[in-house]
Design a protein around this ligand. Structure first.
Ligand SMILES: Nc1ncnc2c1ncn2[C@@H]1O[C@H](COP(=O)(O)OP(=O)(O)O)[C@@H](O)[C@H]1O
Ligand SMILES: [Mg+2]
Length: 397
């Protein structure tokens, strides 16, 4: 009987701690942020209600982990103080409106989704539930920037007391979490006001912070002594040079372990870390761009060509000229400059491109300057594997 399964125990002791769902039990790199969060919640341990607070920072900076951690500490402390506390942790990822989020919150509590009912009715239903729960309620809205500018929910909640939707003896506090640094600035004044002075910024981790995060994680995940110190440093360094994301650093390390295992090596070395970086980056670029339209791909090819010639940041006009050449080469129809700019913006949202807006010299007016946000080599690689772009990237070399 062949053995269809692998024995992973030569490398991994407990790989579940490398998985996305794992919540760390300590976050020493975020002591300051945790203190700020604790201070905001503290009134709820006495005679008041916790303050609303807003967590902001790029993806992979420990916002979700910190919120989960502080919430569980807060629950423990509230129980000791005989405070009636209910915490609700809700991820808004993939939801595009306040209405949808409220429907989901109602479903979470009742098992039934009120989707389709009038907005007012759904909100009233939600407030009934809140009043039924009673006491102190902390509602975490993670990735709340997913719902875009539609801040009805935050607006409603900030006024719910004034409008008598929520009983006087019930306290609802919001912990909002956003990956988008501009999210709060674009909300209505009343909502902004409720988070005033209560913003906790999660700045990007540097290489040494990422290294300590990885060292702690590696000690739990891998068999003792299997991972080279220098491989950990490499993974941390790669992530620091990119977005400073702990998620990314952990992904590199996990993949490095996987590669060592596949190769039958009994140590995780620099060589594995290097291969892991290329593989993880390729996978993430792939995920971002594989489902895009032909025009997105063509705009990206144009930018890649300029980038490889050292001609970026490039104005939209310049990207457009190259885009037209690409279209001619592939004998496809081209679209207008404005629409190509829209496609480039779409790619920016996915983290594939980035732009700055500058006032361009004598002409005046605000101009976009584009560059590639992903690794050039890995992006060329991915684009090369897309059939319908066959051959066109030959122009790059
Ligand atoms: N200071 C830290 N210590 C340990 N693990 C961390 C730390 N910061 C982030 N992580 C881990 O990195 C990954 C991304 O963190 P997460 O909280 O999901 O980031 P965000 O919500 O800011 O995108 C998670 O696996 C998390 O456990
Ligand atoms: Mg998060």
């Amino acid at each position: 009987m062949p053995d269809y399964f692998q024995d992973r125990s030569s490398v991994f002791r407990d790989e579940s701690v490398l998985a996305e769902e794992y919540t760390p039990h300590e976050l020493p790199e975020r002591e300051e942020e945790l203190s700020e969060l604790g201070a905001a919640l503290s009134p709820g341990l006495g005679t008041g209600a916790p303050h609303d607070v807003f967590l902001q920072g790029k993806t992979g900076q420990g916002k979700t982990a910190a919120a989960r951690f502080i919430l569980s500490e807060f629950e423990t402390r509230a129980a000791e103080n005989d405070i009636e506390l209910t915490t609700i942790f809700h991820s808004c990822a993939g939801q595009t409106s306040s209405y949808q989020v409220v429907c989901d919150l109602v479903e979470k509590k009742t098992g039934e989704n009120p989707n389709g009912h009038p907005k007012r009715k759904v909100f009233d239903h939600f407030y009934d539930l809140i009043n039924d729960i009673g006491g102190t309620i902390v509602l975490v809205l993670d990735e709340v920037d997913s719902i875009g500018q539609d801040d009805l929910l935050l607006y409603e909640l900030s006024r719910a007391k004034d409008n008598d939707h929520i009983a006087d003896d019930v306290g609802v506090s919001i912990i909002g979490i956003s990956n988008d640094g501009n999210f709060l600035a674009e909300l209505s004044p009343k909502v902004k006001d409720s988070f005033r002075e209560r913003r906790v910024m999660f700045d990007a981790y540097d290489a040494s912070q990422l290294r300590s995060i990885l060292e702690r994680r590696a000690a739990m995940a891998f068999v003792d002594g299997v991972v080279d110190e220098s491989a950990i440093a490499l993974c941390a360094g790669y992530a620091a040079n990119d977005q400073g994301s702990a998620r990314q650093a952990i992904d590199y390390l996990y993949e490095a372990g996987e590669i060592a295992l596949q190769q039958g090596d009994d140590r995780v070395t620099d060589e594995h870390a290097e291969k892991a970086e290329a593989k993880v980056d390729r996978r993430s670029i792939m995920r971002s761009i594989e489902g895009l339209t032909l025009q997105d791909h063509l705009a990206l090819v144009a930018l890649v060509m300029l980038e490889s010639q050292g001609d970026t940041p490039a104005r939209t006009r310049k990207v457009y000229a190259t885009y037209r050449d690409v279209c001619a080469e592939l004998e496809t129809n081209d679209i207008s400059l404005d629409r190509v700019r829209d496609h480039l913006k779409e790619l920016d949202l996915l983290g594939v491109t980035r732009y700055t807006i500058r006032t361009a010299g004598s002409e005046g007016g605000r101009k976009y300057f584009w560059e590639l946000n992903t690794d050039l080599g890995a992006t060329i690689n991915v684009l090369d594997s897309i059939d319908r772009l066959d051959g066109v990237l030959g122009l790059v070399d």
